[in-house]
Design a binder for this molecule. Structure first.
Ligand code: BES
Ligand code: MN
Ligand code: ZN
Length: 497
């Protein structure tokens, strides 16, 4: 998919489809009025039929209007508000794409003035629209004998005005990079766990660095992890025949003296629960337990494509959580890289174990910020469902930056409290800390566990258990979230220098 920006008169655009947004009051935007005039009132007559009422996501395809160079107009409903409500834009673009996909037409043009979202700049609306369209064509059929026919649509044009031209252009570039990053994350998430294991992820990280002088990759294997004292990560990995890997990507886009932003992703390539075995139903979805790691590779992809002028470290902390004679038992005590001892009361709380050693490891980078991303707790799905990622941390400024990036990116996240009062749930009679709390506030106590290892830098934790993939059904698959949120965060970091 590629994007271009045009300022030409709307009636002269030789495009396959003009996409014109219309609210329930059926008033036409300036470009809509121009089309109506050029067609001698034909557009108003279409509206007068009552075939479209402007309801959110409703569409009507109108072919061959006189006086208009485009082949057809796609009217799309924006809902009750005279201006499109923010949270509806993705849904609206979804129905636009559903209409455009089957058409025998390579190009469509968005009339931006008719798709304007409340409280959002024209460029920002364009970015969201582009990202939705670019990532909406995603399909994963690598393991199907019969491949899906690719859609004809491959060029989106945006009609805007001279004042917004530059910004819209820039926004589309960013959206394309985000879409490319999401694709990497989704592909990795969707891969089966017999293929996508820790060594595979290391190989993919290495691939990213080849031919990219700004990016270097280091992969730590068991021996090095032992020397580093990564006892928590190693304890998880010992139940599996797949060896663990800690994968470190170092992107130098800024000055050497600039502190790096660090992303740490949970990379459990399959989570059976270990000896605290999970129930069988739906266990296949635990192949998605590496979506935090896949997010780091996705964001790195976007950062490289945008040549962000920042330093960025990505760490993927990877293992497979299996039951075997080598697996850790409930009651085992291990020593983490930080020196803190951990009593493993539940081997299914393995994410925090692989993360804590990575979070200790990254201290050496003197980070400006550390954000970890993890499919960490089922409790997060209970609390926030599958629309919103959980956000916790030890630094209000960082949390504020992430929430603002989340809003801007249309990639929802919500803060949960890490009040001290929750910490006592992690008390162990035998070790410094237990790896689970009680049944209450499971997402928060997981965050509390991580907070014991992140005292030396501004830190935030994104629990993406609900948002990283769509569970079951026809739409089952990785979502590519929170690549939009984190890429926006890094774009903001880059523009702050
Ligand atoms: N990977 C899971 C969390 C998860 C479960 C994400 C379902 C998405 C859907 C994690 O490793 C886990 O098993 N967490 C346990 C923690 C508990 C033992 C304290 C959980 O949520 O049940
Ligand atoms: Mn688990
Ligand atoms: Zn897990």
């Amino acid at each position: 998919m590629h994007f271009s920006v045009t300022l030409d008169p709307v009636q002269q655009l030789k495009t396959g489809t003009l996409v014109l947004g219309i609210g329930e009051d059926l008033t036409l935007s300036p470009s809509g009025q121009q089309l109506d005039q050029a067609s001698d009132g034909a557009l108003a007559r279409v509206l007068a039929t009552g075939d479209i009422q402007g309801k959110t996501g409703q569409t009507l395809l109108v072919n061959g209007l006189p006086g208009i160079a485009a082949q057809r107009i796609l009217l799309v409903g924006l809902g009750k508000e005279p201006e499109l409500a923010d949270r509806h834009l993705r849904r609206v673009m979804g129905s636009v794409l559903a209409q455009l996909k089957p058409l025998n037409s390579a190009q469509a043009t968005l009339l931006l003035d008719s798709l304007q979202v409340k409280d959002r700049s024209s460029a920002s609306t364009a970015a969201l629209a582009c990202e939705t369209l670019a990532s909406g064509l995603y399909s994963f059929d690598r393991f199907k004998s019969e491949k899906a026919e690719p859609a004809k649509l491959d060029h989106i044009q945006l009609l805007t005005d001279p004042a917004n031209e530059q910004a819209v252009h820039q926004a589309c570039n960013e959206a394309l990079a985000i879409a490319a990053g999401m694709q990497v994350t989704r592909d990795l998430g969707n891969l089966p766990p017999n293929i996508c294991h820790p060594r595979y992820l290391a190989e993919r990280a290495r691939e990213m660095a080849t031919g990219n002088p700004a990016l270097s990759v280091e992969v730590l294997e068991e021996k090095q992890l032992e020397e580093l004292g990564a006892g928590a990560l190693l304890a998880v990995a010992r139940g599996s025949d797949q060896p663990p890997r800690m994968i470190i990507l170092n992107y130098q886009g800024g000055n050497t003296d600039q502190q790096p932003n660090v992303l740490v992703g949970k990379g459990i390539t399959f989570d059976t629960g270990g000896i605290s075995l999970k129930p069988g139903a739906g266990m296949d979805e635990m192949k998605y337990d590496m979506c935090g790691a896949a997010t780091v590779l996705g964001v790195m992809t976007a950062a490289l494509q945008l040549k962000l002028p920042i330093n960025l470290i990505g760490v993927l902390t990877c293992a497979e959580n299996m039951p075997s004679g080598g697996a850790s038992r409930p009651g085992d005590i291990v020593t983490s890289m930080s020196g803190q001892t951990v009593e493993i009361l539940n081997t299914d709380a393995e994410g925090r174990l692989v993360l804590c050693d990575a979070l200790t490891y990254v201290k050496r980078f003197n980070p400006k910020s550390v954000v970890n991303i993890a499919t960490l707790t089922g409790a997060c799905i209970v609390a926030l469902g599958d629309k919103t990622s959980g956000l916790m941390g030890n630094n209000d400024e960082l949390i504020g930056q992430l929430l603002s990036a989340s809003r801007e990116a249309g990639d929802a996240a919500w803060q949960l409290p890490l009040f001290d009062d929750y910490q006592e749930q992690l008390d162990s009679p035998f070790a410094d800390i237990a790896n689970i709390g009680g049944p209450k506030a499971g997402t928060i106590t997981a965050g509390c566990f991580l907070s014991r290892f992140t005292k030396d830098y501004p830190w935030a934790h994104l629990d993406i258990a609900g948002t990283a993939w769509i569970s079951g059904g026809k739409e089952k698959g990785a979502t590519g979230r929170p690549v939009p949120l984190l890429t926006r965060f890094l774009l903001d970091q880059a523009s702050a220098h």
